[in-house]
Design a protein around this ligand. Structure first.
Ligand code: AMP
Length: 143
């Protein structure tokens, strides 16, 4: 199973924020869209970072709620790790576990075509395991 099969089941729109958005803006987007992270795009559409709810919580814990008016570009993670549509779901799970983040932008031909989360990956792996168990059951019953 590939990342492309996960993207097929998700709405075909990329939620992102611009580099000039404030942390309060990002918190509002994460809440409204019920997601945990967003890619940060420059004016030319290029992805220049990623910011997750964890970054916002950490920053507030360190410096207080005043940071909410600061721009996202001062707080995002700039070296973003991406995956590709043809990557296996198992490899993205291993990558997220090893690097300790829960979100991966999906890049194809230099363009971000979607985002997957650890939740999407775990859901897909459970569905695959259930399907495999079902076929084994059928095979045993039918002989
Ligand atoms: P998360 O577990 O996704 O909430 O993110 C934990 C930390 O990793 C935060 O500092 C994020 O900005 C960062 N992060 C999340 N996803 C990625 C990614 N794909 N590449 C690089 N850093 C990331």
């Amino acid at each position: 199973m590939t990342v492309a099969s996960i993207l097929k089941q998700k709405p075909d729109r990329l939620i992102s924020v611009s580099e000039s958005a404030s942390l309060a803006d990002v918190a509002a987007v994460l809440t409204r869209e019920n997601i945990g992270a967003v890619p940060v795009l420059a004016a030319n559409g290029e992805m220049i970072g990623i910011i997750s709810e964890r970054d916002i919580v950490r920053q507030i814990a360190r410096e207080g709620s005043g940071v909410l008016s600061r721009t996202v570009s001062s707080m995002m993670t700039k070296s973003v790790v991406c995956c590709a549509p043809e990557d296996s779901v198992a490899s993205t799970m291993a990558l997220m576990t090893e690097r300790r983040f829960r979100h991966l932008p999906v890049r194809s031909n230099g363009r971000i075509v979607g985002m997957i989360s650890i939740g999407d990956v775990v859901k897909r792996r459970v569905e695959d395991a259930e399907r495999e168990a079902e076929s084994l059951r059928d095979y045993i019953v039918r002989g």
